[in-house]
Design a protein around this ligand. Structure first.
Ligand SMILES: [Zn+2]
Ligand SMILES: [Zn+2]
Length: 211
């Protein structure tokens, strides 16, 4: 089966790596263009674990236009992916979406751009192919929120007990009482407990004695 599909090893590699796009048909004719829309599976999660990531198993939807220009292939368009993470304030799990705009020139070999720039300065067309991965992946990672929130007004957690403020009654707090008063407060609470419960039982006792 693989014999039919791969007359040469290069095209097989392009089939397998969804980030590689063949630009051969643009034929270095300025003005020629083609669109590339594909969902690229994420094999290794992108981002900061425990904060926000594009998780492994998700897909990056790319929607790009490739245009042949004098110096190379100009790639414009967008890429988007769903994200998972946790709220930086209340630690609730959250999901979201990240979208980036792409504008990248991939220089043709031996073009002026190719010859006047360092290797890591500008992307290159290599063997008639462009590799979208570094460009899209880096931009997506940079676009992830540094401080993801479940909502802009998330109140976070009570520093006293670690419970979400959203789940606590209004007026919740952890007042620290002056130790000199603490003993008195304890005694008052004890008195309330004593006066509540046994008085009911005393009433029942009265009924019994009447019988
Ligand atoms: Zn939150
Ligand atoms: Zn609390």
């Amino acid at each position: 089966m693989s014999d039919e599909r791969s007359p040469n090893p290069g095209s097989e590699r392009a089939d397998r790596n969804p980030w590689l796009v063949d630009t051969h048909e643009l034929g270095r004719r300025p003005g020629a263009s083609r669109s590339v829309k594909r969902d690229i599976p994420v094999t290794e999660s992108l981002g900061v674990p425990e904060v926000v990531t594009v998780p492994a198993g998700a897909a990056i939807a790319v929607d790009l236009l490739l245009e042949s220009v004098v110096e190379g292939v100009l790639v414009t368009g967008s890429a988007s992916a769903s994200t998972t993470g946790q709220c930086s304030r209340c630690l609730d799990p959250i999901t979201g979406e990240v979208t980036i705009e792409v504008t990248e020139l991939f220089a043709y070999p031996e073009s002026t751009t190719d010859e006047t720039t360092e290797e890591d300065e500008v992307s290159r067309v290599v063997d008639d192919r462009i590799d979208l991965e570094p460009v899209v992946r880096d931009a997506l990672v940079l676009a992830l929120p540094l401080v993801p929130l479940c909502s802009d007004d998330c109140a976070g957690l009570c520093s006293g007990c670690g419970v979400k403020w959203a789940d606590l009654e209004s007026g919740h707090g952890h007042e620290t009482i002056d130790p000199r008063w603490a003993a008195l407060v304890d005694r008052l609470q004890d008195t309330e407990d004593v006066s509540d419960a046994p008085s009911d039982r005393a009433g029942e006792g009265t009924d019994d004695s009447d019988r």
